[in-house]
Write a protein that binds this ligand. Sequence first.
Ligand code: N01
Length: 546
Amino acid sequence: MSAPVDPAPDYDVVVVGAGFAGLYALYALRAEGLSVVGFESGSDVGGTWFWNRYPGARCDTESLDYSYSFDKDLQQDWTWSERYATQPEILRYLNHVADRFALRPLIRFHTEVTSAVYDEDSATWTVGTSTADTVRARYVVMAAGVLSSLKELDFPGLERFRGTRLHTARWPHEGVDLSGQRVAVIGTGSSGVQLVPRLAPQTAHLHVLQRTANFSVPARNRPVLPEEAAREKAGYDERRAEIRVSRAGMKEIPAEGSALDHDAAERTRIFEWRWAYGGGPTFLRTFTDLALDEQANATAADFVRAKIRETVADPETADSLSPKGFPIGTKRLCVDTDYYATFNRPDVTLVDLRKTPLVEFTENGIRTTAGEIELDAVVFATGFDALTGAITRIDVRGRGGETVAEHWADGPRTMLGVAVAGFPNLFTVTGPGSPSVLGNVVASIEQHVEWIVDCLRHAREVGAVSVEATREAEEDWSRQAAEAAAQTLMARNASWYTGANIPGKARQLLPYAGGVGRFREICDDVAARGYPGFHFTVPTPTGHQA
Ligand code: N01
């Protein structure tokens, strides 16, 4: 490490992506006085909420929490209309943020970042794109999303199918009219479960192709009443302060102790109350130990299975819809409005792929072992290469030409989910090894971006041209993340949380399971102690790095 340092890259920072993370990174870095440019493959801002326009798409963290806290006037001026905002409303919000803070001019749209190569001599990144655009920057901030890289569609014979093909995460912006058509939805995760009740009333017949039944709980969505909005806004500072130190980054109804401390009747009464009034994924926090203890977890799983049997009229369909063989919540809990009841419609058929596996696509539909299903359209709700895919699909090369994909071949290793050893001046927002998807991701995005800005300020104050996580720190954090994972049931099950949905992907719990509040404390402590675990390279007076 001793070479002249190039003083003049094109920008201080390149930000990849213009969703919640990218927009806030652009805002905060510019406010720090840094020159920034954003690249976004879409034609506009929004990220996840730009792409996932399928009917029924909405958030399952309460809107009051799933929104930026960095600007008090913004949070006072914006009023959410529903407890859980729809995709169009969240996209309107992000457009409002982009305009209000004049972020759009910083972003080059229709431009996908394809490569980022670190030059050790000049301590800069050269960022290549799908257009002719190439820029050189001191830092790169990856804000490309945690659920944005699509899982490959590897269905036999797919190219033969002559009907319409749709993907929930690439839904046509002009919408699509499926009325009177024979449609199949493949996939029953969060996207499929939201889509199915909305498609069923339109289509002539809807076939829901389910490989693994997952648990779903009711959203209990409702309008936000004006007096409620006023009350929440008056107490917004306290609400935000509370969620910053919370386990999941959102306001919650307190848990009722251990599930095993109550007798069966009392436990059921408490579950019933949550089911009716709680709403959303906080069902998993009805008791303190549902995510940690198999016996406690089984009480929640049994409760939801009983609800499915109560709701679905046909016992065989109810049985197929009942998840088996894994604890509730170890695959991301789904949140729905009328999902199970939709299977009581005569024009909806559940195709249980465990009983009748999908064989191939044909010209006219899909063949399972039970025969051919004739279709006009197929919707893929088949998921993502979560947390790592958006980074590894880019040719990111650090020291010695090593790629991030190579570095993570045996599973992602990071320092605090924000930095990767051997990749100086590269930051990942809500990357693997941070709480990320295990809670309100917007709260985690703000925490990570603010930490990155503080770190870059520190680099400037000490005159550093590069900052890099050390290998020892990365190893140590990976060990701590693995220890936190080992406390949970989630780490033991096959799901996208553990990389199991992508063939060949190394298996480990991708996010940090120690909680949002605890993670913030750890990050703040690292900053307060002058960034142990990070190496800051300061040029010597001769213009060389040391
Ligand atoms: O994707 P998923 P998603 N043949 O991976 C099936 C967030 N989100 O888009 O389990 C047949 O969860 C697969 O089956 P299996 C949220 O974090 C939030 O639904 O692998 N089936 C599964 O059923 C969520 O978890 C909201 O056996 C195949 C489904 O496709 C994450 O995004 C809304 C298959 C994929 O489910 C991803 O959700 C939407 C194959 N070859 C998304 N391949 C909110 O509510 C895959 N499947 C906030």
